[in-house]
Design a protein around this ligand. Structure first.
Ligand code: APR
Length: 316
């Protein structure tokens, strides 16, 4: 089997962690692209030099030339500014739209068969723009948001209940903003509803309050990290989340991961990129998994989608 090739556009905080994770998991050969001279070359040399220690053997190249991404199977985009304390993701739209435009053109010209995973914020708008400019089919342009938002939700549940994070499943849908939709009803500890466990622990009323607090924390979790870091936003967790998506695609695992996908009627949404559960395999999004939302969930979804529409509409 031919070796896979992964290109990472943006060699900042997330880009560096992505490169290291690709190497550690030997997902394939890796190219790290950035416009800053020396930065991607330095990071890739740094990562390559511990191959003998970490026992990975892949080609790692840092570059300032789009030519080097030719033949990529997967391209992950993190180019763009991260937010600073007090900023929302949406505040980044103007500057990051310009960056995304040049990045999408570079990918279109050099890696026309790649599957693109966008991480740059504001996510829902940046994926939309990336697809428009590349003109790639919708199944090959997706965004990372839901894997991380869901992992944050699952972490808070595990910490609250004092159980292993490995045994909690939880999912968020919708846009990657303050109106995202953590699915309370489906959160479980090895299949046992979290709502039931919280009721056992606290009684029905307090249990509900505890869940609401976790939902609120999930919605603001990115901002919580930004407020602590002060100089940028989360980078380990978005990198790991995008790698889970890339691995499912590269190895055709068909994992069901919450993914920012283009919807054509699913969940009542038409013509917008929104986070939903998707089967990710060698073709990118192979299917979208639909299920019935209850009235409260649908109302939250509608609110989140309205925010995505407004955001996308604000792009020049
Ligand atoms: N082409 C390629 N790379 C670019 C371009 C461009 N036109 N413009 C800027 N970059 C690079 C910067 O040089 C920098 O190295 O993008 C990188 C961004 O890295 P960081 O500033 O460290 O940001 P990071 O924390 O990695 O986040 C990147 O992901 O989660 C989102 O909100 C976050 O939008 C942000 C993005």
């Amino acid at each position: 089997m031919a070796r896979k090739k992964i290109s990472l556009i943006g060699g900042g905080q997330i880009g560096g962690v992505l490169a290291q994770l690709c190497a550690l998991r030997e997902l394939g050969d890796v190219v790290l692209f950035d416009i800053v001279e020396g930065l991607p070359q330095g990071k890739m040399l740094d990562i390559a030099e511990v191959g003998p220690v970490d026992r990975y053997d892949v080609n790692l190249k840092g570059t300032n030339s789009y030519e080097d991404i030719k033949g990529s199977d997967v391209v992950i985009v993190t180019a763009g500014l991260p937010r600073k304390p007090g900023m929302s993701r949406d505040d980044l739209i103007e500057v990051n739209s310009k960056i995304m435009t040049s990045v999408a053109e570079g990918i279109k010209a050099n890696a026309p068969n790649a599957i693109i995973i966008v991480i740059s914020n504001p996510l829902d708008a940046m994926v939309t723009l990336c697809q428009k400019i590349t003109g790639f089919p919708y199944n090959r342009v997706i965004g990372q948001a839901g894997v991380l938002d869901s992992a944050r939700f699952a972490s808070f549940i595990a910490w609250e209940l004092g159980v292993s994070v490995k045994d909690v499943t939880a999912m968020t849908l919708g846009g990657h903003g303050d109106d995202m939709v953590p699915l309370v009803r489906y959160a479980s500890v090895n299949g046992i509803p979290v709502t039931e466990l919280l009721t056992q622990k606290y009684g029905a009323e307090k249990g509900k309050e505890v869940m609401e607090a976790m939902v609120k924390r999930t919605r603001g979790a990115g901002g919580e990290v930004v407020a602590l870091l002060k100089t940028g936003s989360a980078f380990y967790s978005p990198a790991s989340s995008a790698i889970a998506m890339a691995e499912s695609i590269l190895k055709d695992q068909k994992r069901v991961l919450p993914t920012c996908c283009y919807l054509q009627g699913e969940f009542g949404v038409n013509g917008f990129y929104v986070g939903v559960p998707a089967v990710l395999g060698e073709k990118g999004v192979e299917s979208i998994i639909q299920f019935k939302l209850d009235a409260e969930e649908q109302a939250m979804m509608d609110k989140s989608v309205a925010a995505v529409k407004e955001l996308v509409g604000s792009m020049k």
